[in-house]
Ligand binder design. Structure first.
Ligand code: ATP
Ligand code: MG
Length: 418
């Protein structure tokens, strides 16, 4: 027999920019999703599911060739049948595709919500991952500014219920209707042409295809030129002004605080009228927690009928990072310490009965019986039940939350009577 140690098998490492979650962060993540699921029902948003994979054209056509997502960030591959497939980098385009291919027009206006993983080939850092997760809400088939306002009030209530509304600001802009946008675009091109030599290469490439995107540039070289560019205000048509006025009136009526940011354009090409971001300075460079707006042109770009629509997406990881320390309560209701194995069957029946009545309950019934009480005491529970025998008589000692101990007492008596 050889004395050589067996060769160590190298463990495959996780894909860069992905996260494994256990414990506190997993609880925070789940809390964000549960809160969203509760609040979206209050606003009448139906739950939908759409695929993680779509034909590449769904995103390439709708997001715009010059966007970062399409030009640099998509996970695309050819499947075994030779079709180009992309892991979804966002929800909206896939939902719009589903709306058209399933004939959901019959349900318009359709209010839908979903959540799940998205994939973008980005430079991983705090709050920025290659697989990340979003909450998403969309209203498809409504051209009313009330839909924009409703979505924003929904987002605001979500932040309040998560306890993070303080320190997160709603910043709002309008990109106008087609006429306003065209006029503004002309003025922007003129401004940027005059400052060509000060722009980054990326922005020079955007200049022909989508000059608005230069306003959104994160490259410090572009900022002075972008910041001195003309606002859209002088170019807004009366209709576009009225639309924006109705959205802000809706927010004011609902008591939602907002700030105008005339420099705000969203990264994707399909936005019209309302564009917004909820931002915070508590997450360093990754300060946007929710982003969205109106995308009246998108469904037509995907070959569907002209359809007005508006929506937002929130980064679950970023929201989870903002949660306070007191939000997650991991305490269960009961822990049962079995101090005498002769009573194990009764303890197991008690465990099943309490869980059956909806109480989160754990049992400690292994290891030395004398140590089980201490072991149970370390489990965060509202009440502790010790089961054992002393001087030949069985006992059920309870301590903790008095309402719960009353429940446990009644449950055990009912079991003992059988
Ligand atoms: P950013 O400017 O931070 O790159 P974005 O404009 O690309 O954001 P959206 O496409 O609007 O982001 O996505 C909506 C939200 O999803 C963002 O506000 C953010 O909270 C979250 N998000 C986007 N990309 C990532 C990522 N790579 N990792 C984690 N969260 C992300
Ligand atoms: Mg991005």
């Amino acid at each position: 027999m050889s004395k050589d140690k067996p060769a160590r098998i190298p463990t495959p490492q996780p894909v860069r920019g992905t996260q494994d979650m256990l414990g506190d962060f997993a609880d925070r993540f789940a809390h964000v999703v549960e809160t969203f699921e509760r609040v979206r029902r209050l606003y009448g948003f139906k739950r939908i599911e759409v695929p993680v994979i779509e034909p590449t054209a769904v995103f390439a056509r709708s997001l715009g060739e010059t966007t970062d997502v399409v030009s640099k960030e998509m996970y695309s591959f050819e499947d075994r049948g030779g079709e180009s497939i992309t892991l979804r980098p966002e929800f909206t385009a896939g939902i719009a595709r589903a709306y058209i291919t399933n004939g959901w027009q019959q349900f318009a206006p359709l209010k839908v919500a979903t959540h799940g993983p998205l994939f973008r080939y980005e430079r991983p850092q705090k709050g920025r991952y290659r697989q990340f997760h979003q909450l998403d809400a969309e209203v498809i088939g409504s051209d009313s500014p009330l839909a924009d306002a409703e979505l924003l009030v929904f987002a605001d209530q979500l932040l309040k219920e998560l306890g993070i509304a303080e320190g997160v600001t709603l910043t709002l802009n309008t990109l106008g209707d087609a006429a306003s946008r065209d006029a503004w675009r002309g003025a922007l091109v003129e401004h940027f042409e005059a400052h060509r030599s000060d722009l980054s290469d990326d922005s020079l490439a955007r200049l022909d295809k989508n000059p608005l995107r230069i306003l959104d540039s994160k490259d410090p070289r572009d900022r002075p030129v972008a910041d001195s560019a003309p606002d859209i205000d002088a170019f807004l048509t009366g209709e576009a002004q009225d639309f924006f006025g109705a959205v802000t009136a809706g927010l004011d009526a609902a008591g939602v605080a907002w700030q105008r940011n005339a420099r705000l354009v969203r990264g994707l090409d399909y936005y019209r009228h309302t564009a917004f971001e909820f931002v915070t300075d508590r997450l360093g460079a990754q300060g946007t927690v929710i982003g969205g707006g109106r995308y009246d042109g998108l469904i037509e770009m995907l070959g569907g009928p002209p359809t007005a629509a508006v929506g937002w997406a929130a980064g679950i990881e970023r929201l989870a990072m903002l949660l306070g320390d007191d939000v997650i309560d991991n305490r269960i209701d009961f822990v049962i310490a079995v101090e005498d194995d002769g009573l194990l069957a009764l303890a197991m029946r008690t465990l099943a009965a309490l869980r059956g009545r909806g109480f989160a309950t754990e049992i400690v019934a292994s290891g030395s019986p004398r140590k089980r009480f201490d072991k149970a005491g370390k489990i965060p529970a509202r009440a502790l039940i010790a089961v054992g025998t002393r001087d030949g008589a069985s006992y059920f000692n309870m301590r903790g939350d008095s309402e719960l101990t009353v429940v446990a007492d009644a449950t055990i008596r009912a079991l003992a009577d059988h």
